[in-house]
Ligand binder design. Structure first.
Ligand code: GDP
Ligand code: GDP
Length: 437
């Protein structure tokens, strides 16, 4: 699993600036999708060799309302709890503040690995400043400048030095040869019920048998005699216990499950409409480039008028997910469920598709013949050939000249064409342009 770095600190020390620096790699995919803004709190990053997740707890304030008890918001504490490494950010220009001491005290109690990051340290003489921060008792401070991008690579390398990235082991590689599914959604939309109905009661019970799958996040199962793996998010396991009525939603666990999966099933609740949290989870899936099946659950107990209304609302708000199959089901009554796994198969096949260069090129040239790209000033872009640059999700690279003049709308036209011709239903798809040969 990718390690998670969690940024903590009082307001204005530079956490969001640091967050932006640490999470650049996957912006493009999300930025290209109309109607979806990048999540400012959760992101993927890769500054050095090792990829990671970053959480900025900045928006989870209030940090400090009245005294030590309220030093950190509940959400921040949960994120710290789930972190692999905590980056505690302080302001080198302002020096040590009393709030820093309170936060440090609380962090120390968690027993987590804490790295003290002295930000805004550009052009500053290190030693006198550092002495002051030593007082916090969190080990040697690391001075960086988030604004100027100084010493960030070193910081990340240091934070992640214990995390080796061995190539996927055999079991993991085998898993990637069939659909590995993350069932995600906010609490109470019906994820556990859905799993129960899909797999049958006895399957879920194995979740809680000590020593078997308990510590494993992977649950292998068969459906229609084909192998699948279910990736557990902690919430699912907990929700099966009668005494646990309140499920704590964990954005970090959700991110990790999506990352480990190759198909996500996003579960939404027809009764409660689409919330910001739903959109955020959808954003995670898109950012990770995962194949997707959308399930709108609790389709029971609604009259036709209400159903039409809901369909309209979901269609409008989920327009950016229109590459995915969307199913209306009742997990509780088991209706509409049969189509889910075939959709998983379709989405998986689409995500893993390998399309030969001649076929791609032919499809591209046909699309260009039908509708040529618009002129950009004096020049008309010339699209020569297309090849596949990656899978899961498919990346199609187009070669030619003057391609920098191809507008976004035309790029989307090509995407839609490829999706249709090669039946890439259920997976995000990227089209990129390369100038030259
Ligand atoms: P947050 O509230 O902790 O998320 O802090 P922000 O990231 O919003 O930053 C607060 C202010 O500090 C902004 O004006 C930033 O431009 C500034 N800032 C952030 N990092 C640095 C840095 O490395 N050096 C300097 N000089 N200013 C910085
Ligand atoms: P989770 O938190 O996403 O795992 O949700 P659960 O599976 O625990 O379900 C939350 C609540 O919604 C429970 O009371 C379920 O009985 C109920 N529920 C789940 N699926 C359906 C459905 O299809 N229809 C209705 N009416 N209720 C459902």
């Amino acid at each position: 699993m990718k390690p998670t770095l969690v940024l903590v600190g009082r307001p204005n020390v530079g956490k969001s600036t640091l967050f932006n620096r640490l999470t650049r790699s996957r912006d493009a995919l999300v930025a290209d999708i109309p109607g979806l803004t990048r999540d400012r709190h959760y992101g993927h990053g890769k500054l050095g060799l090792k990829p990671y997740f970053v959480v900025d707890t900045g928006g989870f304030e209030p940090v400090i309302k009245s005294g030590i008890l309220h030093a950190m918001a509940q959400q921040t504490l949960q994120a710290v709890d789930e972190a692999d490494v905590v980056l505690f950010v302080v302001d080198g220009r302002q020096g040590l503040a009393s709030q820093d001491k309170i936060i440090a005290d609380q962090l120390r109690k968690t027993g987590q690995r804490i790295i003290l990051v002295v930000n805004k340290a550009e052009g500053m003489h290190a030693s006198p400043m550092m002495a002051e921060f030593h007082e916090l008792g969190l080990g040697a401070p690391h001075s960086v400048s988030a604004l100027h991008g100084e010493h960030l690579g070193e910081l990340v390398d240091f934070a992640l030095e214990d995390y080796a990235y061995a190539a996927a082991d055999e079991a993991e590689s085998a898993r990637l040869k069939h659909p590995a599914i993350a069932i995600v959604g906010r609490p109470n939309v019906g994820k556990s019920t859905l799993i129960n109905t899909l797999l049958g009661e006895e399957r879920l019970i194995t979740f809680d048998q000590p020593g078997t799958t308990r510590d494993s996040i992977y649950v292998d199962f068969e459906y229609d005699q084909r192998p699948y793996t279910l990736i557990d998010t902690a919430g699912l396991r907990r929700a099966t216990k009668v005494w646990e009525t309140i499920e704590k939603f964990s954005a970090i666990k959700t991110l990790q499950a999506i990352e480990a999966a190759n198909v996500a099933i996003l579960v939404l609740d027809a009764h409660s409409g689409i919330s910001e949290q739903d959109a955020r989870i959808a954003g995670f899936i898109l950012e990770a480039g995962r194949a997707l099946v959308v399930v709108i659950n609790k389709w029971d107990g609604l009259d036709d008028y209400r159903r039409d209304q809901i369909k309209l609302e979901f269609g409008r708000k989920l327009a950016f997910l229109n590459f995915a199959n969307l199913h209306y089901v009742s997990a509780l009554h088991g209706t509409g469920m049969k189509v889910i796994m075939p959709s998983v198969d379709t989405a998986y096949a689409a995500a893993m598709a390998r399309i030969p260069t001649p076929k791609l090129t032919r499809a591209m040239l046909a699309a260009v013949a039908k509708q040529p790209p618009p002129r950009g000033g004096m020049s008309r872009p010339k699209l020569r050939y297309a090849h596949q640059g990656g899978e899961n999700p498919p990346l199609i690279i187009i070669h030619g000249s003057m391609l920098e003049h191809v507008p976004k709308t035309y790029q989307r036209y090509l995407e839609n064409t490829f999706r249709e011709v090669f039946q890439l239903q259920g997976t995000p798809l990227r089209v990129e342009f390369r100038v030259g040969h």
